[in-house]
Design a binder for this molecule. Sequence first.
Ligand code: 3PG
Length: 321
Amino acid sequence: MKILANDGLSAEGISALEKAGFEVQTTFVPQDQLIDYVNNNHIEVLLVRSATKVRKDLFDACANLKFVGRGGVGMDNIDVEYGRSKGVKVMNTPGASSISVAELVIAHCFTLARFLHQANRKMPVEGVANFKNLKKKYEAGSELRGKTIGIVGMGRIGQQTARYALGCGMKVIFFDRSKAEITVTLDIFGAGEVPVTLKGYALEEVVKQSDFISLHVPAQADGKAVIDAEMLKNVKPTAYIINTARGGSVDEAALAEAIKNGKIAGAALDVFNNEPTPDDALLQIEEISLTPHIGAATAEAQDRIGLEMADIIIEAMSVKA
Ligand code: 3PG
């Protein structure tokens, strides 16, 4: 059985699948050639990350396709229900990347609190001629300890982010449509497992109270931003928003406007509308710490994703390793 891993797959995942008798191809096929490639090469399993789209036309045109796997969490690039209605198994690896995304969130929190994003842009250009002024500019940093992080969406990634934030001495509050309270367990070196119970609040309350607001919600079915222009009015002027969820989760234009008008201190964005061609003007705002959708992009997460995906395929296709 042939597998096309169009956005790549870890070496461990490939090896597990090959041991189980699959042929794994990692050639990247451009979107407009994908249907022909799948049909001409008798691909029965198509694996993607967020870059490749698997829409209705592909499900309609590729009658031999049996399985579509999303190595990662968000399935907004796949017409999941449509595919399933055509008898194709469509699955993701929901737990494998939580640690990596949470670590990126905390990295952005430290970055924003100490202006690393700005200093990293300025030092190569002005570091020699203007050192003293740059020191003055970036010496108004703050500590994370004692600050409040508001987590919007308390699923696996939200909970992992909470663990890291608690480890930094932050107060953690959250909003989740289906949870009023949650107990997360911290595995602390030398101290064993420590349970911490966290309280949920209304979204508006979380936004009002937080110094850092981190989004962990899936793409919204109606396409509306969770943090829109109206909700941004509740943010403290000293607060930051961190979006590692999906581009549309924060209204980018409203965010840019709020930063420009001093209504919010800044933001960190790992995800954007119109990836892979985000709005250039947004990228030029110096108060925004930027990364190119790398939340799940660590060796460890990709290894876990590859192995989890291999297990899922072997199970779903009823092939024994
Ligand atoms: C996800 O939904 O798993 C993340 O956004 C990661 O996407 P990626 O696999 O394209 O890096």
